[in-house]
Design a protein around this ligand. Structure first.
Ligand code: CTP
Ligand code: CA
Length: 226
C-alpha cells in the first residue's frame, strides 16, 4: 500500500531527524567514519515535511541537498557535535528519528599535528566511547517519541528488539545490510518493531520506504501519545 499524504499525518508536529555518518578526527587530515550515505535519513526528513511536520534535520558529513520543506538543517561532524545539536533541537520536539550512523568510539585525543608514520612498527589508537544519543534522550523524564534505526548484518530481529528495549525506544526500523541493500544503495527493506508489534516494509526505493515509515510512526505516535 502506498501511503497517501492528502491527510498530512504529522501536521503541526515538530520532528527532529538525524542522518548520515559521523567523522571522528584522528589528526588534521584523518578521521574514522562509516559508510552511511545519509540518503535514508534525508528521505525520512522529506517525507515528514510532506506529512506536515516542522522538521529539523541534523546532518553528519554528507553531500546531499537539503530536502524540500525541511525547516532547519544543522550540519555537524562528530558524534559529540551531533549529540549536542540533537539534544538542543529535541528539547521541544514531538518526535526524534535517529537515522544517523553515529560513531560508537572516538580517538582519545585529536592530534594537533599530522601523525608521522613510524616505519616497521604497528600503530595502536586508543578510542573512547561516545555518548548514546537515543539512550540519553530516553533517560530524560520528558522526551520526544523515539524512533531508532538498526543496520545489521546478522540476527536482525534479536539485535533490533534488544536495542528497542535497551535504549527505551518507541519504535525501531531494522534492516539487513548487504545483498545490495542498506548503506550506499538506492533500495532498502525495513522491518519495524515496537514493544507489542512489528510490520514489514518490503524492498523499495528509499523515498517510498520513508513515506511508509512516516505513516507508521504517525499511527504509533497517536496510539501512544494521543
Ligand atoms: N545511536 C545513537 N547514539 C550512538 C549510537 C547509536 O543515538 N552513540 C542510535 C543510532 O542513530 C540508531 C540506533 O542508535 O538509531 C542504533 O544504532 P546502532 O549503531 O545500530 O546501535 P548500537 O547500540 O551502537 O549497537 P552496535 O553498533 O553494537 O550494533
Ligand atoms: Ca553503533
Amino acid at each position: 500500500i502506498v501511503a497517501s499524504f492528502g491527510d498530512r499525518v504529522l501536521q503541526g508536529k515538530k520532528v527532529v531527524v538525524s542522518a548520515g555518518p559521523t567523522y571522528e578526527d584522528i589528526d588534521p587530515v584523518r578521521f574514522i567514519g562509516n559508510r552511511s550515505s545519509g540518503r535514508m535519513g534525508f528521505a525520512v526528513a522529506e517525507a515528514a515535511a510532506q506529512a506536515g511536520a516542522q522538521v529539523t534535520l541534523v546532518a553528519g558529513p554528507v553531500t546531499l541537498a537539503t530536502p524540500h520543506g525541511v525547516a532547519e538543517r544543522i550540519d555537524v561532524r562528530s558524534a559529540a557535535q551531533m549529540h549536542a545539536a540533537v539534544t538542543k533541537a529535541a528539547a521541544d520536539a514531538d518526535i526524534y528519528i535517529g537515522a544517523a550512523a553515529v560513531g560508537d568510539y572516538r580517538p582519545n585525543a585529536v592530534s594537533e599535528h599530522k601523525l608521522k608514520k613510524q616505519s616497521g612498527s604497528d600503530l595502536t589508537l586508543q578510542l573512547a566511547e561516545n555518548p548514546d544519543i537515543l539512550a540519553s534522550l530516553s533517560a530524560q523524564r520528558v522526551h520526544p517519541f523515539l524512533v531508532g534505526f538498526a543496520a545489521e548484518t546478522q540476527n536482525v530481529e534479536s539485535y533490533a528488539r534488544d536495542k528497542l528495549q535497551r535504549k527505551g525506544l518507541d519504535m525501531i526500523a531494522a534492516n539487513q545490510v548487504g545483498h545490495g541493500l542498506g548503506f550506499e544503495t538506492a533500495d532498502n527493506a525495513i522491518t519495524l518493531y515496537w514493544p507489542d508489534g512489528s510490520a514489514e516494509l518490503p524492498r523499495a526505493d528509499k523515498a517510498s520506504l520513508a513515506h511508509q515509515l512516516i505513516e507508521r510512526i504517525a499511527t504509533r505516535y497517536k496510539a501512544v501519545r494521543g
